[in-house]
Design a protein around this ligand. Structure first.
Ligand SMILES: C[S@@+](CC[C@H](N)C(=O)[O-])C[C@H]1O[C@@H](n2cnc3c(N)ncnc32)[C@H](O)[C@@H]1O
Length: 379
């Protein structure tokens, strides 16, 4: 039976993530708020971890049952150990006492509201079940557990999932240095995917900060999996893991729409340029990179059009930012005719002063902040 899998994401990225899953050939794709559900085998789970650019984590569902109160929660947890498999997972075997675990809990619209108490009830049910089945119980390890469990109680229903990623998927492994306000890797990848770029032509970021947008555009164009530099995954510690099958999966080729891609970064800050140089070296992109240290408004892109990505850091005062947006719009019109442009705009309303009509305006959360991905076809 297929596993029930959940890829989590920042709010606003659900459709892009669904599209990624569909391109990976996943089944039963269903977008929810901040997550996309899908079905598949363990191989599908490893593949999702290895290849998804816009997801935060991949979870696998272990159980789902009515939990109006703590006793029901403990009972449901107990059954995880003593009953048969759920959606293709033998949870009794998974919860062998030799494996440590941890629990994080959230609740919404439910009678159970106390998160610590809910996690405690779940733990009690699991260890009681283990004592009954194995005469031993697992240890709790909050820092590096074998099983990292998530309990979500929503409308009095408990959903227990297991994290298969470990470190969140934005930890690509190339960020060795940050500049001010770096964009997260999934959001940078979302900017590239949302643009519908075909991988052709140069990629320019005239305010490149630590270079995240350039790195994500290049890895996409080259068909490099976002997991390629990661050292560890939580799924490697599960009994279902098959290292040889995972190695084979990693050798599979991804579509590479821009094998010749060239990257052009620019920033006025020396610290930002140093960060870009170091991060892109770590990302194996140094030989494709040219850096400039000019005001973005003086910087001249290559003649051949391609993709321009901009994540400006404009201040909070509306009157000054309005002028800055207008200037940015003028810059795009004057210097980037024929290009596809993506602007990651910090806040609602600000981007509208740019004076260009976006083909796409996608509201997203950038950490705790509201943001917009604006896509312009300047041709
Ligand atoms: C929000 S940060 C970009 C972060 C970047 N996307 C990343 O992931 O690291 C904005 C960058 O724009 C640069 N910047 C601001 N105004 C600029 C200008 N007029 N010309 C060039 N760079 C500028 C800042 O130095 C800063 O590094």
């Amino acid at each position: 039976m297929a596993l029930r899998l959940v890829a989590t994401c920042a709010l606003g990225l659900e459709d892009l993530l669904s599209e990624e899953l569909s391109q990976l050939g996943m089944e039963g794709i269903e977008a929810q708020r901040g997550a996309v559900i899908f079905r598949g085998s363990w191989q599908a789970c490893w593949k999702a971890n290895w290849r998804l650019r816009t997801a935060n984590r991949v979870l696998v569902e272990l159980a789902r049952f009515a939990a109006p109160d703590g006793d029901a929660l403990a009972r449901g947890a107990h059954q995880l150990i003593t009953q048969k498999a759920h959606h293709g997972i033998d949870t009794g075997r998974l919860f062998h006492p030799s494996r440590t675990f941890s629990i994080s809990a959230t609740t919404s619209q439910s009678r159970i509201t106390d998160l610590r108490w809910a996690a405690l009830k779940l733990k009690d049910g699991i260890v009681d079940g283990q004592r009954e089945r194995y005469r031993q119980r697992s240890s709790i390890d909050r820092h590096s557990p074998d099983l990292s469990l998530r309990l979500r109680v929503h409308r009095d229903e408990a959903i227990i999932t297991l994290d298969t990623s470990g470190e969140p998927l934005d930890r690509r492994g190339y960020r060795v240095e940050s500049s001010s306000a770096p964009v997260r890797e999934q959001l940078a990848a979302a900017c590239v995917l949302a643009s519908g770029w075909d991988g052709q032509g140069p990629v320019v970021d005239p305010m490149c900060g630590s270079g995240t947008l350039l790195a994500e555009a290049a890895w996409y164009a080259l068909g490099w999996a976002p997991g390629r530099l990661r050292q560890a995954w939580a799924f490697e510690r599960l009994p279902s893991f098959d290292p040889d099958a995972f190695e084979r999966l990693k050798r599979g080729l991804l579509p590479a729409p821009g094998p010749e891609v060239r990257l052009f970064g620019n920033d006025t800050s020396s610290a930002a340029l140093r960060a870009t140089r170091r991060n892109l070296a770590q990302a194996n992109l140094s030989n494709r990179l040219e850096l400039g240290k000019l005001d973005a408004y003086e910087y001249r892109p290559p003649k051949t059009p391609g993709l321009v990505l901009i994540n400006p850091a404009y201040g909070e005062r509306l009157d000054t930012t309005r002028d800055q947006w207008r200037r940015l719009g003028d810059l795009l019109k004057q210097q980037y005719g024929g290009w596809r442009a993506v602007v990651l705009a910090g806040d609602e309303g600000r981007g509208k002063h740019i004076g260009l009509k976006p083909r796409l305006r996608l509201p997203v959360m950038n950490g705790p902040l509201q943001a917009r991905i604006l896509v312009f076809d300047l041709y």
